[in-house]
Design a protein around this ligand. Structure first.
Ligand SMILES: C[S@@+](CC[C@H](N)C(=O)[O-])C[C@H]1O[C@@H](n2cnc3c(N)ncnc32)[C@H](O)[C@@H]1O
Length: 201
């Protein structure tokens, strides 16, 4: 599930790219939904970019946007940089930044702060503590202006119910690993309610 499959046999030899199997499955449906929601220009800050596979795909899919990937894990940031290089995006996509949603206030460069038009967070909230969810929503509010979107994707419950059997099974397995993880925590807060569900997993 949360495996870091390091590429050891690329054509170019060993590099730092990580491969997350889930991204192969979900990138198309996420891309389709993002196409409906993202602005036409400006910067999109991706929180918890992980391997960077989504980042490079979406940078190519939305060339008029500056896709800013981030992750607190240095291995992930190395992987994101390796993916940027592998895809030949060095001149179009910024290097990933070190951003942990819990370390507040977020330190974003002035350039990013002035151009940010959306924040995207894929598959982080269900594997992190509740305060990460709160931090994401509160900091996003500080950095986004009216009309700009915080877009989250993950295996969440909707109206108190899992959206698929596989999500129910996944939620149980996450809770066994850590009782503070899982996708049903939005019901804990009346103040944090996503306005738009972009995709069912
Ligand atoms: C399941 S991976 C998802 C990666 C990627 N978004 C994807 O869907 O393939 C979760 C990611 O969340 C990141 N993460 C965990 N805690 C975080 C935090 N407090 N702030 C920001 N990112 C965090 C991890 O480093 C990891 O890369």
């Amino acid at each position: 599930m949360l495996t870091n499959n390091k590429n050891k046999a690329s054509k170019e030899g060993v590099d730092e790219r990580l491969f997350y199997p889930a991204t192969q499955k979900n990138r198309e449906c996420i891309g389709e939904e993002l196409a409906k929601l993202l602005p036409k220009s400006g910067s999109v800050l991706e929180i918890a970019s992980g391997s960077g596979e989504h980042g490079v795909i979406f940078q190519k899919l939305f060339p008029s946007i500056n896709w800013q990937a981030s992750d607190p894990d240095s291995c992930c940031r190395e992987s994101i940089s390796a993916w940027i290089e592998h895809e030949g995006l060095q001149n179009r996509m910024a290097q990933p930044i070190d951003l942990n949603v819990r370390k507040r206030p977020w330190q974003l460069s002035l350039k990013l702060q002035s151009s940010i038009k959306a924040i995207v967070c894929i598959n982080m909230l269900h594997i992190s503590f509740w305060d990460c969810t709160k931090a994401l929503f509160e900091e996003a509010q500080n950095h986004l202006r009216k009309g700009h979107l915080l877009i989250i994707y993950g295996p969440f419950k909707k109206d108190g119910r899992h959206t698929s059997h596989s999500n129910r099974v996944f939620d149980c397995s996450l809770r066994k690993q850590n009782p503070y993880w899982g996708g049903s925590r939005f019901k804990r807060s009346n103040r944090i309610k996503p306005q738009k569900w972009i995709c069912k997993t």
